[in-house]
Design a protein around this ligand. Structure first.
Ligand SMILES: Cc1cc2nc3c(=O)[nH]c(=O)nc-3n(C[C@H](O)[C@H](O)[C@H](O)COP(=O)(O)OP(=O)(O)OC[C@H]3O[C@@H](n4cnc5c(N)ncnc54)[C@H](O)[C@@H]3O)c2cc1C
Length: 477
């Protein structure tokens, strides 16, 4: 069978891209360097918008999101820069008003299971070494010299992306200057507060994962202001149990009663994003396109949103019915997602500054930010909207087109998000009643409209007010 899209990398982003492409009717195959799945805990946080996106992948339990929620630990609030005042998700206009704590291996296992159920193949032990492209397609070459042909390629092969290297796409940004510790552990004495910060000693956090495990992470003052060489040296030295105990004793006067270390790593603030998301027939997504400090649990989430944004556009292109605007126009993958990576970089760098500025001024800044968040006003709304993913928008000039459409109730008893189709735009007409005024906050903005044309990824393509003629010029070539 002809491969229409080859996805390089079976991490969460590659598998999500494959799932969305398959659902849109594309013949897709995934190529993964590792012979087996690798257990690396890494991301633990799944935000509401990511769950909404996974809810569009149906399976026997209802949806992939339903499976994730059944296995994960839903908590009602998230943190920004490990500040004491947290951002509540409880009032958010979504079916998933919480942050889901689910270790990355579980997310990957569920995604892999979903692909297997759908009959999407993953070739393990196939490591991309090079690629070339022409007018008809792309030839991918493995490390062992095996060649395959696909019409398009999605490079989701992580921070050191061979796809990005083969394309020669620049990856500008900053090298790491801080290197903290991070581990998944069992604790006998978890701290009273999840986040603890002292400008003389440093910071430590302990977040509860499913199964009685805690994710502990933090920095000491000596972990900051590093040269790139020092940062690289430290990154290569993974903390063992004895070092974690000593570090926690210095930070908390107690090793928190560690009984088991399941996984340990280092976290740096390297921040880079690709100069180009599309080169001919080849796309970059996830960590292949952007890396940053894992603060606020964003990398996996933003990567999955990359995949969701790309999949329906690429499917339309594969099927020969994509309008120019989504190929290389204002709604193209590159035009919409590259600015998001710039925001991601800014957001995580700001969090890094708040987390590791171990000075009295740093403390004052943290207190100020935490106080602003605690007031639950505009600052909290802004940060909550970004971190949850719900307010991420492709709209220009404050218009509704380009914004996420809430999960509106439909007259047939369904709700909008589950009614969306991966291979077409959905016209939602509100008839004479227009959008019902619901109690939820974001629905207010949609009140008074006559109709909205919704993209497969849940964003408004176009909106109409009453008495305005509904035309379908969005899909014109
Ligand atoms: C310590 C830590 C904590 C984190 N916490 C969070 C969090 O809480 N929330 C969050 O959203 N994000 C978090 N992240 C970030 C998150 O882990 C990444 O953003 C996410 O894994 C990116 O997914 P990906 O699929 O793009 O890349 P990866 O997960 O890196 O997957 C890439 C895949 O490509 C394969 N591959 C590589 N090279 C090749 C090749 N040449 N050929 C074929 N296959 C190849 C790899 O083997 C791998 O399977 C964290 C990261 C770290 C390091």
């Amino acid at each position: 069978m002809e491969i229409e899209v080859a996805v390089i990398g079976a991490g969460p982003v590659g598998m999500a891209a494959a799932a969305f492409l398959h659902r849109a009717g594309v013949a897709v195959r995934v190529f993964e360097a590792n012979p087996d799945r690798v257990w690396q805990s890494r991301a633990t946080t799944i935000h509401p918008r990511t769950l909404e996106i996974f809810d569009s992948l149906p399976d026997e339990r209802g949806s992939l999101a339903a499976r994730m929620v059944a296995e994960g630990n839903p908590v009602p609030a998230t943190h920004f820069a490990a500040l004491p005042n947290r951002l509540s998700y409880a009032g958010l206009d979504t079916s998933f008003p919480f942050v889901l704590l689910l270790p990355q291996p579980d997310t990957e296992r569920l995604l892999a299971g979903h692909l297997a159920e759908q009959g999407v193949g993953i070739e393990h032990g196939w490591k991309l070494a090079d690629l070339t492209q022409d007018e008809q397609g792309v030839t991918i070459v493995s490390e062992t010299g095996d060649t395959r042909r696909a019409r398009y390629v999605v490079g989701a092969d992580g921070a050191h992306s061979a796809t990005r290297h083969a394309l020669g796409v620049a990856f500008p940004g900053n090298p790491a200057s801080t290197m903290g510790f991070l581990a998944d552990v069992r604790l006998e004495r978890p701290p009273a507060q999840p986040h603890n910060w002292d400008y003389q000693r440093g910071s430590y956090s302990a977040l509860p994962l499913p199964g009685g495990i805690y994710r502990v992470f933090g920095h000491e003052p000596g972990d900051t202001g590093l040269t790139p060489e020092e940062a690289a040296r430290r990154q290569a030295q993974i903390p063992d149990e004895a070092e974690l105990r000593e570090t926690l004793k210095r930070l908390a006067d107690d090793d928190l009663g560690i009984t088991e270390v399941l996984w340990a790593s280092r976290t740096g603030d390297t921040t880079r994003h690709a100069e180009q998301y599309r080169t001919g027939r080849v796309f970059l997504a996830g960590d292949a396109a952007h890396v940053h400090l894992p603060a606020g649990g964003q990398g996996l989430n933003v990567g999955v949103q990359d995949a969701a944004n790309l999949a329906w556009k690429l499917a339309a292109e594969v099927h020969g019915r994509a309008p120019r605007r989504i190929i290389d126009g204002p709604q193209s993958y590159d035009a919409e997602r590259r600015p998001i990576a710039a925001r991601l970089a800014a957001n995580t760098l700001a969090q890094a500054a708040l987390m590791v500025t171990f000075t009295p001024g740093g403390k004052a800044l943290r207190d100020l930010m935490s106080d602003l968040i605690g007031r639950d006003g505009d600052t909290a709304d802004e940060l909550r909207g970004w971190l949850s993913g719900l307010d991420v928008s492709y709209a220009e000039d404050g218009s509704l087109a380009g914004r996420r459409v809430p999960n509106l109730p439909l007259t047939d008893g369904r709700t909008l998000h589950r009614a969306l189709r991966p291979d077409r735009l959905t016209l939602v007409a509100f008839g004479s009643t227009t959008v019902p005024e619901a109690a939820v906050r974001s629905t207010r903005d949609w009140h008074g409209l006559a109709a909205v044309l919704v993209r497969p990824d849940g964003y408004a393509a176009e909106v109409w007010v009453p008495d305005e003629k509904i035309t379908n010029d969005w899909m014109e070539h």
